[in-house]
Write a protein that binds this ligand. Structure first.
Ligand code: AMP
Length: 222
């Protein structure tokens, strides 16, 4: 990244590893990790008006309306920590979101985003999502198949009691994959045509994917 402010977008289906990698890379680059899913879950947990509107939609695995997500993102980008760049995880997810994001980035003085598409085989995605547990204290994520915590159900970092996401249940996961195929997959073409998309093999182990990303981003220690 050679120190330049950059808008990074991690694109990929549920379970592709976007969140895990975004956390790591954001830390390395010293930029915020902006997960619209996390923002929405926080609004739901806080019982805000926005959260109340989003909850039933999220519970059935659909996408919340563009206007809600865009309002949230625009507000978040105004905070000073976004001045040196940021990583979007789970945003944009529809063509109108991508088009509006382009306008927002121009307004905020950013050039083209760099979009990393995580490509992962479907059976791996299912295993990752169904085995996913996270810590409500620090947000650390685990997978019972690939990256199990040392003590089952307990966070290695802060001892928090691990929880499973409401929408990681099999019937809801199916809906989330369908929403991805229908509404988000076209973004791959949208960004590829602009020459700003880089596809990576997201099926590798966590450290290997981080190494790949470091290579692309030219982060020290790659
Ligand atoms: P995630 O944590 O990214 O898998 O998001 C969880 C849920 O939040 C999704 O299934 C959607 O209901 C909602 N959501 C997150 N990001 C967006 C977005 N960019 N557009 C619409 N809905 C979103």
């Amino acid at each position: 990244m050679a120190g330049a402010a950059k808008a990074l977008i991690f694109l990929g289906p549920p379970g592709a590893g976007k969140g895990t990698q975004a956390k790591r890379i954001a830390k390395e680059l010293g930029v915020p990790h902006l997960s619209t899913g996390d923002m929405l879950r926080e609004a739901v947990a806080n019982g805000t008006a926005l959260g109340k509107q989003a909850k039933p939609i999220m519970d059935r695995g659909d996408l919340v309306p563009d206007s809600i997500v865009l309002g949230m993102v625009e507000e978040r980008l105004q905070r000073p920590d976004c001045g040196n760049g940021f990583i979007f995880d789970g945003f944009p997810r529809t063509l109108p979101q991508a088009e509006e994001l382009d306008r927002i980035l121009v307004r905020r003085g950013f050039g083209n985003p760099l979009v990393i598409e995580f490509q992962v085989a479907e059976d791996t995605l299912i295993k990752r999502v169904s085995g996913r547990w996270s810590c409500p204290v620090g947000g650390e994520t685990y997978n019972v198949y690939e990256r199990a915590p040392k003590v089952p159900g307990i966070c290695d970092v802060d001892g928090g009691k691990l929880v499973q996401r409401n929408d990681d249940r099999p019937e809801i996961v199916k809906e989330r994959f369908a929403a991805y195929a229908r509404q988000t997959m076209p973004l791959s073409q949208y960004y590829r045509k602009r020459g700003v998309l880089k596809a990576i093999d997201g099926g590798l182990g966590v450290d290997d994917v981080t190494r790949t990303l470091n290579g692309i981003l030219n982060v020290a220690g790659a």
